[in-house]
Write a protein that binds this ligand. Structure first.
Ligand SMILES: [Zn+2]
Length: 240
């Protein structure tokens, strides 16, 4: 006959095993349940691609001429360049980007290539993000850096017309791009592109010797400062 003491020890052993097993199951369940809360949530991006066969061919010619790269592919982008459209509405900007060839009135641009200007993303004043090109294709938005840059355009006539919703959307989009392309190291405003003192400038490529760069003012110093400040608050620091 077993003593009560021995029975008690066995019961304790059994119960502890029983509880341990259930505690483990409970913890696994909790982890499964809460993990989506910590996983990354990408921003809402609407795709309205404006890419055509003609554009790919023009981009390839452009790339050949300016960088010697015989391709329209954007491979491992290193820079994000922020712009504003200098239009007051989304549709004006969208219709302009939709064209295959650059507007002939933009003589300086048209002189070097018929390839239309473009950007990978267009952010409306209400903060909605529209993707115009896959990020694996080059677009013509920042001379000297198109071979390595993702372009983000914001609908707006001036720096003052850019909205808080756009600022937030830029941040969300930049985070998404960093998650997607680990090759990205730099973030600049278009107005900073020819600043030889900034580290991104080492990536400048331009084979066209008679091309004189234009002074750009978009998106503006205040907008970029605010953008960098908010990214820093989220622990994101990109080189300039
Ligand atoms: Zn620009």
């Amino acid at each position: 006959m077993m003593s009560w003491g021995r029975n008690y020890t066995m019961l304790k052993k059994y119960m502890s095993k029983f509880y341990l097993k259930h505690l483990m199951l409970f913890l696994i369940f909790i982890l499964l349940f809460i993990s989506p809360i910590f996983s990354y949530n990408p921003p809402q991006i609407t795709q309205r691609f404006v890419l055509t066969e003609k554009k790919l061919s023009l981009m390839k010619d452009y790339s050949n001429k300016f960088t010697g790269i015989d391709s329209f592919y954007l491979y491992q982008p290193k820079i994000i360049v922020i712009h504003y459209t200098a239009t007051s509405t989304f549709e004006q900007a969208f219709n302009m980007f939709k064209q295959d060839e650059v507007d002939k009135e933009r003589e300086k641009l048209a002189k070097y290539s018929a390839c239309n200007v473009g950007a990978h993303f267009l952010i409306d004043s209400d903060g909605s993000i529209v993707q115009l090109y896959p990020t694996t294709i080059m677009t013509r938005h920042t001379i000297g850096f198109n071979h390595t840059a993702i372009g983000i355009e914001n609908v707006g006539l001036t720096e003052e017309s850019l909205t808080k919703a756009q600022l937030i959307a830029n941040i969300e989009l930049i985070k998404f791009l960093l998650y997607r392309h680990q090759s990205i190291q730099y973030l600049i405003g278009h107005h900073e592109y020819m600043n030889i003192k900034l580290p991104h400038y080492q990536l400048y490529k331009n084979k066209v010797s008679d091309y004189t760069p234009t002074i750009k003012i978009d998106p503006g110093f205040k907008f970029m400062a605010r953008l960098r400040e908010l990214l820093k608050e989220d622990g994101i620091r990109l080189k300039e």
